[in-house]
Design a protein around this ligand. Structure first.
Ligand code: AQP
Length: 340
């Protein structure tokens, strides 16, 4: 992409919380499309660290994980020379716009968010923070600050993007065309909109899954990947077929197709009559082969903190410049005194 053309391109924003190891679900649901779309859009890829503190983080591990994420974004194929990659906490406008948007969002709307209900349930016994409740508004601010046209996400985020659209439309009705109303970009189900846990195919693969065998991290070793896929829950039919009644096998087929580029129907044909053992072994090798170059590049990049900090510094400056413009526009629209 030629930087000169950036302003004429539509805008893409997306981010991932550095709240645990980056896994294959987030890669297939989101990052794969970031890579595909990065040349067509002016892209802002964020490490959304403000979102992560909606649940407790160990500060030292959390800080290091932000660098892990940066190195992984790049290792997966996001070019830092052509895209803006930044930590959300480096751009104060995200928190500032959230406050404004909080005042244009109903408690009822947030109460209906299924992610909140699921995540609050997972925290049973602990205090559920106001931040967790408000997280979709922060996400709306993330998106709306950049005049975003497209938000590539997994299916679990659809409701949040719809909320961001509702807030933008509501605000625009009151004050004129301030915000761009964003669209989501969600893969089709068979392309990995929702990759499920290897241990519980009814629940999505998740960073915070206490069962580590349910999730494949992009940094898992070949031995660990083989072990997790060998143990993956299937069914008693021994038939490699994509079907709603076979969620475990369908999930494995989706992963297989995503990491090899093969069609699901071709995989079904390839493994007809062969049982699950060979299917799982081959899938494990395909995943190992897929993550190998990502890991190699990751380890090259990860030790060079100075280079990573320089990328974050540049990204923060670029994102701040853009976000600040929108924030000023919003401040003016709601009637704050704006000092020129
Ligand atoms: N299992 C998944 N299948 C498809 N897409 C997924 N995404 C996450 N899990 C899957 C997509 O990846 C992006 C990053 O999500 P996030 O980390 O910001 O939030 P999340 O959806 O809450 O992810 P986790 O793994 O479930 O995190 P924890 O456990 O920390 O809450 C999003 O685009 C998401 O759709």
């Amino acid at each position: 992409m030629n930087k000169e053309n950036m302003k004429t391109k539509p805008v893409l924003f997306s981010g991932i919380q550095p709240s645990g190891l980056l896994h294959l679900g987030a890669y297939i649901g989101a990052i794969k499309n970031w890579i595909k779309l990065q040349n067509e859009y002016e892209c802002f890829f964020s490490i959304v660290d403000l979102h992560s503190i909606t649940v407790r983080q160990d500060p030292k591990a959390f800080r290091e994980r932000c660098y892990d994420f940066l190195a992984l974004y790049i290792a997966c194929g996001i070019d830092p020379a052509e895209n803006v990659i930044f930590c959300q906490s480096h751009v104060p406008a995200h928190a500032e716009l959230t406050w404004i948007l909080n005042c244009y969002t109903g408690m009822g709307e947030l109460s209906r968010m299924t992610q909140f209900k699921d995540k609050a349930k997972k925290q049973e016994g602990a205090t559920v923070s106001v931040g967790l409740f408000d997280y979709p508004v922060l996400q709306a601010a993330d998106i709306l600050l950049y005049r975003t046209n497209l938000v590539p996400v997994g299916a679990d985020q659809k409701q949040h993007i719809e909320l961001a659209r509702d807030i933008a439309l509501r605000f625009n009705r009151l004050y004129g065309e301030i915000f761009t109303v964003p669209d989501h970009f969600i893969p089709k189900a068979e392309a990995g909109a929702r990759i499920m846990s290897l241990q519980d195919p009814e629940s999505k693969m998740s960073k915070s899954d206490p069962n580590e065998h349910g999730t494949i991290s992009l940094l898992d070793s070949p031995e660990v990947i083989r072990k997790k896929l060998k143990r993956a829950v299937t069914d008693s039919e021994a038939e490699v077929r994509f079907h709603a009644t076979k969620p475990g096998v369908s999930n494995l087929l989706t992963i297989y197709a995503a990491v090899t580029g093969k069609d699901i129907s071709a995989l079904e044909a390839e493994y007809q009559g062969s049982g699950y053992g060979k299917f799982k072994d081959d899938l494990a090798e395909a995943v190992v082969t897929f993550v190998a170059p990502i890991q190699e590049r990751y380890f090259e990049l990860r030790h060079d903190k100075a280079a990573l900090n320089a990328i974050l510094q540049k990204g923060a400056e670029q994102a701040r410049a853009r976000a600040e413009q929108m924030l000023q526009k919003v401040y003016e629209a709601v009637g704050f005194v704006v000092l020129k």
